[in-house]
Structures are given as C-alpha cells and as structure tokens.
Design a protein around this ligand. Structure first.
Ligand SMILES: *[C@@H]1O[C@H](CO)[C@@H](O)[C@H](O)[C@H]1NC(C)=O
Length: 308
C-alpha cells in the first residue's frame, strides 16, 4: 500500500525571485521545477513589488534525504534559470532585495525535523554557490551560530532602499567586504546579487494595506507593531510603498501559535486609528502548513491518476 503523503512529508521550500512583470521568465522558472518532476504548490506574483515566490514540497516514504534529489535539482535549476534570465541591474521594485534570487527558505513539514531541513538546505546552498557562482549567506538552523535572517539582512543593508527612500532600483551595491559569504565567490556580480538561504520552523507572512503615501509614517507603524518595537511577540514588520499613494506593513509571523494574521490586523488598526489613518484588509502571501500539505497531497493524487 502506498503510504499516506501526509505521513511522509519532509520539507517545504520557498524561493523568492526579483521579477514579476515578465510572465515568460516567471513561467520558465516554474518549468525548471516541473522538468524535475517537482510540483509547484503555490506561486505568488506581486507585480508592484516585482517579486514572485514559489512554494515546493518534498516527501519521502523512507524519511531519507536521498528521496529529495528531484527537489535539490529543481531548486538548483530554478536558480540557474532565474540568474540566466534576470539582470538585477535592471530590476525595480519597492520591496527590499539583495539578489535576483533574493531568498530561499526551508521549513520542516509533518513529523520531519528542523535538522533534516537544515541538512537539505546546506547541501543545496553548497551546490548553488559552487555551480552558479553566487555568494550565499546561510541563516537559522543552517548557520553554525544560528544567525537570524533579520540580522544578516541588516548587516548587508537590506533595509535601506537605494533610491529616494522608498524604491529599489538596479544594483544595490552591497558591501560584503566585512561579512564573508558561507558559500560561493567572495565578490558580488552586480547582475546577480547574492542569496540568503536558511532553515527555520514555519514562518507565516502577511501584508496589511495602509491608506497613506507617507512612507516614513508607515515605517513607524511597522516598527510599533513589531516585537522589536515593543508590539506583538514573534512579529517582524517593515513598511513598504505598494502602489502609488498606498503602502503596506509587510510582516513575518515567526510563531503562528502565538500570533496569527488576525491579531496583526487588530493591532495595526488600533495604532492607525490613533493616527487617523485607514487600513485595508490583511492578506496572507502564502498558505498555512496544513493547507500546503493538503494541496500537495491533492497534486500528487492527480499526477498519479494521470499516469494510470
Ligand atoms: C522587474 O524586474 C525585472 C527583472 O529584475 C526587470 O527587468 C524589469 O525591468 C522590472 N520591471 C519594472 C517595470 O521595473
């Protein structure tokens, strides 16, 4: 009997790419996954940020990382396709980014462990750094000291837009001379940028639209709802311009057992009502782990059905 997918899940992998407006490029990257027989469970294309995320899943009935070879090849091929087709010097968007492939993240799923996700993450990072010659910064369980994503991004200047305080245009000119990459070359090719790659427990992400064009005000709102600014525990938040005349508070929810999107909405509304600013409805930029598991199981069933 075939084991139930939900019992043999290993990891979820998310890739964030600095492009959203060229559908040929977006589809070519997706095809690189499919050619390795890996299912893209979710794709979130944000045209305003000019940023796309892909969510992949690996499962194994033997609980062995050997079964993740298709996923490993898929991730490497997706990164290669993105680096070949996208030139960071031409990229524009209001979401921060340091590379064509800005971020790759691994989460354990089901009964799998963080150690397993970290092991897979490190092996993929080493391959990408070596084969594709792009500097790689590890974080979370994949980094020897458990460095956080937030801290490495801060060190690399991620939070400072390189154009008029709200927009990222072209080469971010990242100075990496004082933080050596964990994999890959010691110099940044401005057409590629660099990649942060890590493993962590599940991180939720949600955005709250703010009806104001005052980016400094929105940055303050983000700060005050974040854990760092004395707001909600386990929440990280930044203020970003979204469309012309509107902004968003973009949040990472580091512990969904403590704070979910609904509480973020309530807190943003509370802060904004004091400021006389109106707020839109929070939305998630990805599914929850339970939903990913169900979507994946369904996709596998339908592939199986197609083959017989
Ligand atoms: C979006 O990003 C791509 C690739 O980075 C870039 O070529 C394109 O010019 C950007 N689009 C706009 C409208 O800025």
């Amino acid at each position: 009997m075939r084991p139930k997918i939900s019992e043999s899940l290993l990891v979820c992998c998310k890739l964030y790419i600095s492009e959203a407006r060229n559908s040929f490029v977006i589809e070519s990257i997706e095809r690189a996954a499919k050619q390795n027989n890996v299912i893209v469970v979710n794709k979130f294309v944000d045209e305003i940020y000019n940023r796309t995320s892909y969510t992949l899943v690996a499962h194994s009935s033997t609980n062995s990382l050997l079964d993740t070879i298709p996923l490993q090849n898929a991730v490497t091929d997706m990164v290669k396709t993105a680096l070949d087709m996208i030139d960071l010097r031409l990229h524009e968007g209001t979401h921060p980014r340091l590379g064509v492939v800005d971020h790759i993240l691994f989460h354990p799923l089901g009964t799998s462990t963080l150690d397993k996700a970290a092991e897979l993450c490190k092996s993929i990072a080493a391959n990408i750094g070596r084969l594709l010659e792009v500097p790689i910064y590890l974080y979370g369980a994949a980094h020897s000291d458990g460095r956080t994503l937030d801290s490495i991004r801060r060190d690399l200047g991620y939070f400072q837009p390189n154009s008029d305080g709200r927009q990222w245009i072209g080469d971010p000119n990242t100075d990496i001379s004082f933080v050596k990459p964990d994999e890959g070359p010691l110099e940044v090719d401005p057409s590629k940028g660099l990649i942060t790659i890590g493993a962590s427990p599940w991180v939720g992400s949600c955005n709250v639209p703010i009806h104001s064009e005052d980016i400094e005000l929105v940055k303050n709102i983000a700060r005050s709802i974040s854990e760092k600014g004395g707001g909600l525990p386990s929440v990280q938040a930044i203020g970003v311009e979204h469309a012309k005349g509107s902004c968003e508070v973009a949040c990472y929810l580091l512990d969904l057992d403590r704070v979910r999107a609904g509480q973020v909405q309530t807190e943003v509304e509370r802060v904004c009502s004091e400021l006389g600013v109106t707020v839109g409805k929070v939305y998630l930029t990805d599914f929850l782990p339970e939903e990913i598991t169900n979507l994946y199981a369904k996709a596998i069933e339908s592939c199986f059905a197609e083959r017989i």
